[in-house]
Design a binder for this molecule. Structure first.
Ligand code: XMP
Length: 513
């Protein structure tokens, strides 16, 4: 079977590259950088992609052991290679070019000039938009290489050696914010590697059902259900495999949106015939969070408390020693892996207690949100459930910056309700990845009815995204912003100012904590 290996140096987008290649119907998987040779021997790939990395090539000179690299021999095997970001810098370094630190980091959208005689850019325009996220850059080409792309601040943004079929680009073709990125990958796969578009995804459903059945056998399973698309899809999938042996546990930690507890229970009971338990644990979570303002500490407290409740519930169901979670690939990568930096500990991955007894079943761990939505439709879920905007497991606790108090929670719930109402009223809910309110723990001066006020601001955030790995802020119409501002300031006591967050991811993240 034709395949292309993505060599993982720990970049945030490594799995996304493999996914994009699979979307083009060429089989692709991720390989840790220190297992490349054995994998190449076993898989005989038609091409290799070198991923990005949180490391710096420059640290190869000071801390070589901690800096991911591969044997130079890999570049001599005759297998076509595409280096992306760190991948391009590593190729440069290994082949005797030079990489230096740039004074100005470059993050976000950039206009780039391409040399159209490069096979990599066949069919593209001479000037394209691309997505950059890097500190170091190539300052001197390796011998026998040519420059094929440049930006105003980066003279060497792409390199090639057509004879050796080795290419490098400083930007990320795999993210949606590089509009012609898929064309670049197509050129690499079909023209340079000689692959054909012949791989079809084996049914994830069938494979998972088979795997879960053989794992669980006669045991019992509980599922951490939040009512969101991920945990619902995971629950349905596992229910197909184990039926009555599954019990879904919905924990209301008091950090949900207004009315969400009632709505989740109703949706679940109306739509599915699956054992369902509703746990009301607001006081328990709020007392543990009292006085805690560090985001990572909040996430760990919430992750631990969730697991303690699941363990308690599992004890009540004889033999329940498996816990299903709707963990996605983006949760895993952001929580940090051996090679990838920790951005934030998602409650269901990095926030888990070390001593947890339950064994995890995570059927969506390799997938991205949009793939899970497709899976949900295939499993018969309604558009309404599948199209719900994501809501983080730690809930409003990570949208209140600083201490989570009852007063702040009430303010944020009210503001959040208005955001949802106005976004839905404007017909924007489904086209936006997430739209929500944040309460920063600061106050500012205002004037209302001739009186001085000293109250909280509310931050509005609305982002577009395909898979949460990257995101852009939504250009909301002024009228929608105006309505939101008027309503929030007038209707939510304790708020005297509304601001709009216009940052993309990277360098920001979607949530504020
Ligand atoms: P960030 O803020 O990292 O978020 O750009 C990416 C996506 O993940 C959601 N998110 C979480 N989901 N548990 C979750 O289930 C978590 O701990 C968590 N943290 C962030 C976030 O809402 C966004 O969709």
């Amino acid at each position: 079977m034709q395949n292309v290996l993505v060599i993982d140096f720990g970049g945030q987008y490594s799995q996304l590259i493999a996914r994009r290649i699979r979307e083009l119907r060429v089989f692709s998987e991720l390989v840790p950088y220190d297992r490349v040779m054995e994998k190449i021997k076993a898989k005989k790939p038609s091409g290799l992609v070198f991923s990005g990395s949180p490391s710096s090539i420059l640290s190869l000179f000071s801390d070589a052991k901690k800096t991911p690299t591969v044997d130079k021999e890999i570049l001599e095997l005759g297998i076509p290679i595409l280096g992306i970001c760190y991948g391009m810098q590593l190729i440069t370094h290994l082949l005797d070019g030079e990489v230096t630190g740039t004074a100005n980091n470059e993050y976000g959208k950039t206009s780039i000039d391409l040399k159209l005689n490069s096979p990599l850019f066949n069919g593209l325009a001479q000037s394209e938009i691309c997505w950059m996220s890097h500190k170091d850059s190539v300052s001197k080409l390796p011998p026998a290489f040519k420059v094929i792309a440049s930006t105003p601040s980066l003279p060497i943004a792409g390199i090639e050696n057509t004879k050796k079929k080795i290419y490098g680009i400083q930007f990320h073709p795999e993210v949606i914010h590089t509009p012609s990125g898929m064309d670049i990958l197509k050129n690499f796969l079909f023209d340079i590697c000689g692959c054909s578009s012949s791989w079809t995804m084996v049914s994830i459903i069938e494979n998972q059902v088979k795997e879960i059945k053989s794992k669980v056998k006669d045991g019992k399973v509980i599922c951490a259900l939040s009512g969101g698309v991920d945990s619902t899809v995971a629950a349905i999938l596992v229910h197909r495999a184990v039926g009555e042996k599954l019990t879904c546990i919905f924990v209301d930690h008091g950090l949900l949106r207004m009315g969400e507890d009632v709505q989740v229970e109703k949706t679940f009971r109306d739509n599915f015939k699956i054992n369902f338990v509703h746990i009301k644990a607001k006081d328990r979570f709020l007392s543990k969070l009292k006085g805690i303002s560090d985001p990572e500490a909040k996430r760990k407290i919430i992750g631990t408390e969730f697991i303690r409740i699941f363990e308690e519930e599992a004890k009540k169901i004889k033999n329940a020693d498996y816990l299903v979670q709707g963990t996605l690939y983006s949760d895993v990568i952001e929580s940090g892996t051996r090679d990838a930096a920790r951005i934030k500990s998602h409650h269901n991955v990095g926030g888990l207690p070390k001593d947890m007894k339950l064994k995890l079943i995570e059927p969506l761990r390799q997938l991205f949100k949009d793939e899970v939505r497709k899976l949900g439709i295939e499993l018969g879920l309604s558009e309404e459930i599948v199209r719900r905007q994501p809501f983080p497991g730690p809930g409003l606790a990570i949208r209140i910056i600083g201490d989570v108090t009852e007063e702040r929670l009430e303010i944020l719930k009210m503001a959040d309700k208005i955001v949802l109402e106005e976004i839905k009223r404007a017909g924007l809910y489904e086209s936006i990845w997430q739209s929500f309110a944040i309460l920063p723990g600061i106050k500012s001066v205002g004037v209302m009815g001739d009186e001085r006020t000293y109250s909280y601001p509310i931050v509005l955030r609305a982002v577009s995204s395909e898979d949460a790995m990257t995101a852009d802020w939504v250009r909301l119409p002024y009228e929608v912003l105006e309505n939101l501002s008027n309503r929030i300031i007038n209707e939510v006591e304790g708020v005297n100012r509304v601001v709009y967050d216009i940052s993309s991811k990277p360098p920001s993240t979607i949530e504020w904590e």
